[in-house]
Design a protein around this ligand. Structure first.
Ligand SMILES: [Zn+2]
Length: 305
């Protein structure tokens, strides 16, 4: 079975209580691209996937494949916003962003508005929220999800003047959830912090800022699906290229080839496998969204810090 072998992470809890906006990836004990494992980040205590109470954030999503026992890959119906986007001249990958994400073309940039709330249930919503589902993570995260107000300016023609990513938001997923880099809060081990992820691989930072560091299972699971766009304007896809092969990536975690959204070769990022060198988790592998550096210069953002 795909998830038969699981890594048991060290049971230290204190580090997360002071965790700022960082934390981390899923752990796996081997490196096979088609056989990666998810972190055993907890146990759901009230049964299988919660399809009970209606979560309004999940409107226009349709469940497909079950990825873990508590997270399902979903498709997002974008028909209600496609015409508006096309009328602005947006095409390709931009047409795959959830209608919960506001896209406005502005000169040579696209302004992306998002609230960073997941479009599925999470144990990190307030327990009185219709989008709450019960689940116990290995490590507690004391924060609860709250709506953010993000406004990112993303260049339509990305540069190649790369730079290191800073703390905070480095991109946005197609469902409007923020993407963070692959670094933990100072003094913390990001591979350990993976134990605080909810079943779909997100968790909230202080201020209720829900975000992904690692392969987000409601969007992509060992496939070539579009995951989102980074602030430098390059899109990010799942582990595989559209022909099903595992790409060879540069130090930024990207390469140039055709994508599911482009028949001509374009630069893009991929979910990429990394190995911990930290003492407590040395050798642990995880599928991160970034390597910590941008290929191009990031656009401006309000609400990203
Ligand atoms: Zn590729």
């Amino acid at each position: 079975m795909r998830y038969a072998m699981r890594v048991v992470l060290v049971s230290s809890v204190e580090f997360l209580l002071g965790c700022s906006s960082d934390a981390a990836a899923l752990a796996s004990s081997d490196g096979g691209a088609g056989d990666a494992e998810v972190p055993d980040s907890g146990k759901k205590t009230d049964g299988a996937i919660d399809t009970g109470t209606m979560c309004s954030l999940a409107t226009n999503t349709t469940a497909t494949t079950t990825v873990t026992s508590e997270c399902t890959l979903v498709t997002r119906d974008v028909s209600s916003c496609q015409a508006l986007r096309m009328s602005q001249g947006l095409g390709g990958a931009w047409l795959n962003f959830s209608c919960r994400v506001a896209l406005t073309k502005s000169g040579s940039n696209v302004t992306v508005g998002a609230d960073s709330q997941p479009d599925y249930k999470s144990n990190y919503f307030s327990s009185t929220d219709a989008c709450y589902t019960k689940y116990t993570t290995t490590f507690p995260d004391p924060n609860s999800i709250s709506a953010q107000t993000l406004s990112m300016s993303i260049p339509l023609s990305p540069s190649t003047t790369g730079q290191a990513m800073g703390f905070g938001v480095v991109g946005v997923a197609i469902n409007g959830v923020e993407i963070f880099d692959n670094v933990a809060a100072p003094g913390d081990d990001i591979f350990l912090e993976a134990g605080s992820f909810d079943p779909c691989q997100g968790h909230p930072a202080p201020g209720g800022r829900y975000h992904y560091h690692a392969e987000p299972y409601s969007i992509s699971s060992n496939d070539s699906n579009l995951i989102g766009v980074m602030r430098d304007g390059y899109f990010i896809y799942g582990r595989l290229d559209k022909d099903g092969t595992v790409p060879t990536l540069d130090t930024n975690g990207g390469h140039t080839s055709a994508t599911p959204d482009s028949t001509t070769a374009v630069y893009h990022y991929h979910v990429n496998l990394q190995t911990s060198t930290a003492p407590a988790t040395v050798g642990t592998k995880a599928w991160f969204l970034t390597t910590g550096t941008y290929k191009g210069a990031p656009g401006t953002c309000t609400g990203c810090n």
